[in-house]
Design a protein around this ligand. Sequence first.
Ligand SMILES: [Zn+2]
Length: 211
Amino acid sequence: MKPYEILLNDNKIWAAKKLAEDPGFFDRLLHVQTPEFLWIGCSDSRVPPDQITQTKPGEIFIHRNVANLVVNTDVNLMSVLDYAVNHLKIKHVVVCGHYGCGGIKAAISNGDFNQVLNMWLRNIKDIYRIHRKELEAIADEEKKVNRLVELNVKEQVFNLAKTAIIQKAWNNEQRPDLHGWVYDLHDGIIDPVIEMNAGIDIDPLYEFHDL
Ligand SMILES: [Zn+2]
């Protein structure tokens, strides 16, 4: 069997097992999607959102990219955010990074990763620059990367709060709450690093007054 054929085969086994355990499983999910959470995570294959949170199909809306960035010119992410907040009415947005993130490591190296990836990683270099003093005081390279992983997650949560999508929902419906988490590949545990409840004050520079 070719590697991709194993996936298709395992899919059939999974579907049959689900049906055997719960005959209404697929019927229930067919007509309704009401997830409470939007997850913005890293594309890293070792951080599968539904497995590490034990959420089931229908419970978590997911967007993943390299190093879990919230870039306000990213049409892909902004569409997901808009849909999740305004149509699915999700109550929580989680940005989840992970220690040892390859995207973060690449960003603080001086490697040339070619145009598109360089462009993406620049967002992380900018966060390093803001926190340069703290980061350069950390001698151990792994610890430095991991601290930047945490700072990156915080910055991405701030980036969410800066969007009109989030501010409008905060004004009108007092949701969603924003959460920044970091997953540890060593023990599978998620550490919360920041929480912004709906309506919390943000830097006035980024506030929209005429929403
Ligand atoms: Zn990563």
